[in-house]
Design a protein around this ligand. Structure first.
Ligand code: T6T
Length: 333
């Protein structure tokens, strides 16, 4: 697992190297012109360490390029809280919009208003079903993360038994892809099946009670997949509370203190760790390239590799360096 993670990190370096020519162009173009650019970053929600870490990467890149970064979003992962933020940002007419849409369809119309106003839009982390209106999109390899979660549980459970998924909400591109990858992989094992899929609306408390219920309802349950940090936390805590550690295996996503603690204890057996700072930095870089006339250098779709955290490697600096941050760069954290 450790070497898989190192390979994944190496792949990142390779994908960054591929965009090196545009970096060179950027250095030449940086001076005064850059000062006038204001790039808005709208996360899925503002209090999630995944997006906070993304802001830190974006802020570092913005400082390097001499552009202003605005960070605005809702405090819950929902179109109801995100759409008003997006609409009020339009009135500020930023030079570019970087956004993690909270729904693959509901955010299309609000984003289209930016497109019609001539503002480039890049999706970062989540995206839309209709990607044609976007200048670029950046995300992790979510389907592969789901496959990896399934593979890990299957191996630990000797390829026999039932598994379940604790997901956020349907209609989120990232977590939908993780679930699809997980289910596709489980289908490859003739003695395994998916007993249930639950939706926790980003509440670890709800994920925990759903997990508790599933443990009681499905006696053949050998594994559970929490598709993001809230689902992973809730599922892991419920498995520990039910005394099922080592009997029901847990695969989760995202490395923040609660999930890392469960990983270290061996309750969570594998954590798929993303690179949100890389995603944020790439998004700012690509927006800058578009704004400075280097659009042809910007890839339409960027897939950032996953890092694999296990109980065995959870204290290794080659892995801990990917753990998420909990304070924003814009707050001086
Ligand atoms: O897993 C991340 C992100 O990739 C996903 O789109 C939503 O949930 C997180 O922010 C973690 O809470």
């Amino acid at each position: 697992m450790g070497s898989a993670a190192v390979m994944a990190a190496g792949t990142t370096a390779m994908s960054l190297a591929l965009v090196a020519p545009s970096s060179a162009a950027r250095v030449a173009a940086t001076p005064k012109a850059a000062k006038k650019f204001t790039i808005a970053l709208v996360p899925g929600l503002t209090v999630d360490p995944f997006y906070i870490t993304m802001e830190r990467g974006a802020a570092a890149e913005a400082a390097k390029l001499g552009v202003k970064l605005i960070w605005q979003g809702g405090t819950t992962f929902s179109p109801t809280t995100q759409i008003p933020v997006v609409e009020s940002l339009l009135a500020e007419h930023p030079s570019a919009l970087l956004i993690a849409p909270t729904d693959v369809v509901a955010l299309k119309a609000p984003i289209e208003k930016f497109v019609h106003a001539g503002i480039p839009v890049i999706s970062v982390d989540t995206t839309l079903t209709d990607t044609s209106i976007l200048d670029a999109r950046i995300t992790s390899d979510n389907f592969q993360g789901g496959e990896l979660a399934a593979e890990t549980i299957a191996k630990l459970a000797h390829y026999t038994g039932q598994v379940a998924v604790d997901n956020v909400n349907p209609g989120i591109s990232t977590t939908d892809a993780r679930q699809a990858g997980f289910i596709a992989q489980i289908k490859k094992y003739p003695h395994m099946s998916v007993a249930a899929v639950e939706y926790n609306t980003d509440s670890p408390t709800l994920a925990a009670s759903q997990t508790k219920d599933m443990v009681l309802k499905f006696p053949k349950l050998v594994g559970i997949f929490g598709t993001n940090l809230y689902g992973a936390q809730g599922a892991g805590e419920a498995i520990a509370a039910a005394g099922k550690k080592g009997k029901i295996f847990v695969a989760g996503y995202d490395a923040e203190p609660a999930t890392v603690k469960l990983l270290k204890k061996g309750v969570i057996n594998v954590l798929v760790i993303q690179q949100p700072a890389v995603e944020g930095a790439d998004a700012v870089k690509y927006a800058y390239d578009i704004l400075t006339g280097h659009k042809s250098a910007v890839p339409k779709a960027t897939l950032v590799p996953n890092i694999v955290g296990t109980t065995a490697n959870s204290s290794n600096p080659s892995i801990t360096k990917y753990y998420y941050q909990s304070s924003l760069a814009s707050l001086g954290g």
